[in-house]
Design a binder for this molecule. Structure first.
Ligand SMILES: NC(=O)c1ccc[n+]([C@@H]2O[C@H](COP(=O)([O-])OP(=O)(O)OC[C@H]3O[C@@H](n4cnc5c(N)ncnc54)[C@H](O)[C@@H]3O)[C@@H](O)[C@H]2O)c1
Length: 461
């Protein structure tokens, strides 16, 4: 099938790559010249440095003959004559801290498409097109989309909701072997177009192919993300705090006991200083906003959001309350700027707040390293006299007074070995419980350790 993607972000480019892998022909339109150039470059390094997702550059280069990127709208106009589906993959960020979705990108993209579709009314509209929303949007958005299209007089189209459930860091693998595909449509015609598009995932054992109406699809997406966010908040704020408060109570033992109940399941049982990323927070806030707008009590949603937020400050405060450290004039090594491993996405990364706190506390230097997300972070936090970016964890840690681990990159496990080889005995703040295997040796070496999910671990010399 011929498929148009509007937006080449995480969702657009990964979905288009997987569609091309499934034999479809994709045109991907974005207004960002750099992205379009990088994704269409045919060069794996250029693609990876623009957006790192394991397997993405392989698919884009292998299927280069079936996938094209453009910023030229006239290519979109021409493509519409033979197009079967249009996937809208535009950003829907939160408006300030209100929970409301900023739909300006969505409307801008939709208005433009509607105007182009109108051109087909002039005798060129023999081809039926399903307009499929992949952006995460308010529950009533399919109605709104229909209204915009009708207000332009667009004919011979259907409006479908197909929420995206990709997990950053595993987007390609997850889309090639999805747990579920959710299609929200009002008509059998639209369901059948989408069944053709997703043919390889319909009636297969490991994928649930779920057909509902567009509102249920949009609501289900928001609820799924809230549920995941709530699981993390419980793990950080209740299970983590229990393990921090009682001697001889190991986080990992609690995890084993609690998660072995099949009703509870194992996802989300890791402790962390914060749950960041572009989706869980935003979607929880959006759900709260929409429920509040219709008069519902949203205190549980609000408390989940607050519980996540307070983790970061609680973690950083332990340096003073437990290790007695004064931050002023200290040299900080900040390891990790991606919000989690295997991505270069820095949206809602805990490292933004850590840098702010370090500045407020008048530290002497912040030396930052991340294996993949340094340049994206640097666009928001430029290097300066205070802030320095280096090329390895070893360089960051050198002569640091405090080491903060903010991202769970497996390579950071090596930090124990690096510290054990140096004279300096820094305070280690492990925001991901990554160095666990080295805690004992580090304490004997003379390091105090603050780890999420553990009581204060003082030096043992
Ligand atoms: N990133 C995720 O893990 C994820 C997962 C599921 C759902 N979602 C949802 O999918 C949507 C997109 O998310 P994303 O992470 O891909 O966003 P993104 O910011 O990575 O990408 C959005 C892209 O849209 C482009 N764009 C903006 N305005 C445009 C316009 N008028 N025409 C064409 N292109 C335009 C931007 O240049 C950008 O490349 C959001 O609603 C998000 O909530 C994201």
């Amino acid at each position: 099938m011929n498929v148009l993607y509007i937006g080449a972000g995480f969702v657009g480019v990964c979905s288009a790559a997987v569609a091309a892998d499934g034999g479809h022909t994709a045109l991907v339109f974005d207004i960002d010249e750099k992205k379009v150039h990088a994704f269409g470059s045919g060069d794996k390094n250029t693609i990876d440095s623009c957006l790192y997702e394991k397997g993405l550059s392989d698919l884009l280069t292998t299927h280069a003959d079936r996938i094209r990127f453009t910023t030229a709208y006239k290519e979109v106009d021409a493509f519409l004559d033979t197009c079967d589906l249009i996937f809208i993959c535009l950003p829907t960020p939160e408006v300030a801290e209100t929970g409301e979705s900023n739909l300006s990108y969505y409307y801008a993209g939709l208005e433009k498409i509607a105007a182009s579709l109108m051109l087909r009314n002039d005798g060129r509209q023999t081809q039926y097109i399903a307009i499929v929303n992949k952006s995460t949007v308010p529950i009533n958005m399919a109605d709104e989309t229909q209204r915009v299209l009708e207000s332009h007089g667009v004919r011979n189209v259907g409006v479908v909701s197909n929420p995206e459930f990709l997990v950053e860091g595993k987007a390609i693998e997850g889309s090639l072997h999805p747990d579920r595909i959710v299609i929200g449509a009002w008509t059998e015609k639209d369901f059948s177009v989408l069944r053709r598009f997703y043919e390889r995932f319909v009636d297969v054992p490991d994928t649930q192919y779920i057909e509902v109406n567009p509102k249920e699809a949009a609501a289900g997406k928001l609820l799924a993300n809230y549920y995941l966010f709530a699981k993390l908040a419980v793990c950080f704020d209740v299970i983590g705090r229990t393990a921090e408060s009682f001697a001889d109570v190991q986080f990992e033992s609690l995890k084993k006991i609690v998660s072995s109940d099949a009703r509870i399941g194992s996802w989300g049982f890791h402790d962390s200083l914060y749950a960041g990323g572009s989706c869980l927070i935003k979607d929880t806030r959006s759900l709260a906003y929409q429920l509040h707008e219709v008069g519902q009590d949203v205190s549980l949603l609000q408390e989940t959001y607050d519980a996540n937020n307070r983790q970061l400050d609680l973690f950083l405060a332990r340096a003073t309350t437990e290790a007695g450290v004064v931050w002023k004039e200290k040299k900080i090594a900040l390891l990790g700027t991606a919000f989690k491993r295997d991505t270069n996405d820095v949206r809602n990364s805990p490292s933004f707040h850590i840098v702010e706190v370090c500045q407020e506390q008048q530290v002497s230097q912040i030396v930052i390293y991340d294996p993949s997300a340094m340049s994206t972070f640097q666009q928001h936090v430029p290097s300066s006299e205070l802030i320095q970016y280096v090329d390895s964890a070893e360089m960051a840690v050198n002569q640091a007074d405090i080491i903060i681990i903010a991202t769970d990159w497996p390579s950071f496990k090596n930090v124990s070995t690096i510290v054990l080889q140096q004279e300096k005995k820094p305070l280690i703040m492990d925001g991901r419980r990554l160095l666990q295997e080295g805690y004992s040796a580090l304490r004997q070496h003379g390091c105090d350790i603050i780890a999420v999910g553990s009581p204060f671990l003082p030096k043992q010399v």
